[in-house]
Design a protein around this ligand. Structure first.
Ligand code: MLT
Ligand code: MN
Ligand code: ZN
Length: 302
């Protein structure tokens, strides 16, 4: 199973168009010290040519170019077999409507996410006006095979599990499993990947689940709980925004430290997070603990 990190920044990207925080300033003036990143998304494929997107970001067009696929023979070809969603947040779903040229699209998500895309953001009805959209419901805690558009099995199984978080700000109702993590498993090699780009807390059950995976892609949004408050950018803490901070005694770096996973990688990194700067002490701390700061284009074969 091949996994490509298509985008590793949180909503807004890095640098963010309207942001002049210290980290965004470095990304603009010294990009070798803080590489620009597009909005969080990953792609998974068992055969290296047919891909499933894990969330569809507003940067999806540029991101698909990163897959480096050979030129197809026909005039039209979509390398995207389907999109698997962790939630209905805009940074994870706006790309769906941007894929509307792909005549046929599969969207795999929980029923709570489907309802928000139908009724709140209306991204599904809008996309359906242009393309045939097949919806495949993700039932929490049940492994289900991902199929290609032609119905053939991909050889990849996905299991969704609810994670601690609130629903998006625009949600008109809160239904169970509105925000999930995903475990992807290659049926042939047995390789596994956990994809958890948004997570407000880590309990024992979640840690046990992640501990069985080869690659953990985890929420690296904020370095500290009061990051946005200190910068006078926002008035809510990281935890209030349902993102467990990376640093601190109770942060994800310590909590995920005991995992026996081969690769532990932070993704969905907010533009304010100092670990984005290559020579920052925060970056050294992450790497010293055996973690990687996700970068666009990173590939893993599991
Ligand atoms: C989040 O990650 O908390 C959301 O994507 C917030 C947002 O949409 O700006
Ligand atoms: Mn986000
Ligand atoms: Zn910034």
């Amino acid at each position: 199973m091949h996994i490509v990190l298509l985008g590793t920044a949180a909503g807004g990207g890095f640098p963010q168009w309207n942001c002049w925080c210290p980290t965004c300033r470095v990304a603009r003036s010294q990009p070798h010290r803080a590489r620009p990143r597009s909005q969080s998304s990953a792609a998974v494929s068992a055969d290296g040519s047919r891909w499933f997107l894990l969330n569809a970001s507003p940067d999806v067009h540029a991101q698909l170019g990163r897959l480096g696929l050979p030129a197809p023979t026909g005039a039209r070809h979509s390398p995207v077999e389907g999109v698997v969603l962790t939630d209905a947040e805009l940074d994870h779903t706006l790309g769906i409507v941007l894929l509307r040229e792909a005549r046929r699209l599969q969207v795999t998500a929980t029923d709570a996410v489907r309802r928000m895309l139908e009724e709140d953001t209306r991204l599904l009805p809008v996309t359906r006006a242009f393309a045939e959209v097949r919806f495949d419901e993700l039932l929490p805690d049940r492994a289900q095979g991902l199929c290609h558009r032609d119905g053939s099995p991909s050889g990849i199984r996905v299991t969704a599990f609810p994670v601690p978080a609130g629903p998006p700000r625009f949600a008109s109702a809160e239904h169970p499993a509105h925000t999930v993590g995903l475990i992807l498993e290659d049926e042939r090699t047995g390789g596994t990947c956990a994809f958890v780009p948004g997570c407000g807390d880590l309990d024992e059950a979640l840690l046990t689940r992640l501990d069985r995976t080869d690659l953990v892609l985890f929420d690296g949004t904020f370095w500290t709980d009061d990051e946005l408050i200190k910068l006078e950018i926002g008035d809510r803490t990281a935890r209030q925004m349902d993102h467990l901070p990376v640093s601190g005694a109770d942060g994800s770096l310590v909590r995920l430290g005991r995992l026996r996973s081969r690769h532990r990688v932070f993704t969905h990194i907010n533009n304010t997070n100092p670990m984005l700067i290559e020579d920052a002490p925060e970056r050294a701390q992450v790497e010293h603990a055996g973690f990687q700061v996700g970068d666009d284009g990173m590939r893993f074969d599991l």
